[in-house]
Design a protein around this ligand. Structure first.
Ligand code: ZN
Length: 68
């Protein structure tokens, strides 16, 4: 049995899909979509259709792709 060492790449690296969560700064309605080039946390996007406030990227994260 071997222990994992920090900094050494894992040969069985899992594939990740990156998602972006957009959220209206006023009504806090989150929208999840796939990450696009240029997305940054706290980047201001379009206006909210409901309240006309700014929609901001609140979170960018990776999700594991599960293989069957
Ligand atoms: Zn809104």
């Amino acid at each position: 049995m071997s222990l994992p060492i920090m900094g050494v790449p894992d040969k069985k690296r899992k594939k990740l899909t990156v998602y972006t969560i957009e959220e209206c700064i006023n009504c806090k309605k989150p929208t999840k979509r796939e990450f696009k080039d240029g997305d940054l946390v706290h980047k201001i996007l379009d206006k909210c259709k409901d309240c006309d406030n700014n929609i901001m990227i609140s979170l960018i994260y990776g999700e594991e792709i599960k293989k069957n």
